[in-house]
Ligand binder design. Sequence first.
Ligand code: HEM
Length: 155
Amino acid sequence: MNPRPPAPPPVAPSVASAPVAHNPHYERIGGEATITLLVDRFYAHMSEREDAQAIRAMHGPDLRDVKRVLVNYLVEWMGGPQRYSTERGHPRLRRKHLSFRIGQAERDAWMVCMRAALTETVSDDNLRRELDNAFFKTADFLRNDQGTPHEHSNR
Ligand code: HEM
């Protein structure tokens, strides 16, 4: 069975209530500009890497919409303006990912792309580590394929 979901993934103390101006994560990463770059690089890696082709194939050929949605989601997740929920309501990420088969291999392929993108776009080592941890927790929480045992040796 899937482990209980970790508390909502935000690295920010409270996405719902943190005033943007006082949210250290959103400011530390460099706001929307860096998040947009992060998402661009993330999908570039997903499109280019051999080991990510299975998860790339879950997406349509045109990534523009999903990039915009992921930018909005991450902006809000880190404490910026609440554009994602204004547009799309409660994220319900687990439910939204149920139509894709996500096991350990898919989770790890997603993380490989996100790590590569983080390395390229976030120079603050501590912040990068915090984001890496938070992404891993979320990616692991989204696993819906029970076939493979859970390992903690991802890093
Ligand atoms: C674990 C491996 C993951 C896989 C294989 C995966 C795959 C996908 C796919 C195929 C979509 C639909 C794209 C489309 O509409 O064309 C999607 C949507 C989305 N994913 Fe993931 N994802 C993963 C992890 C994550 C993680 C860790 C996050 C957040 C940190 C995330 C956030 C989102 C968001 C925000 C959307 C859009 C939801 C919406 O429609 O409102 N995903 N994902």
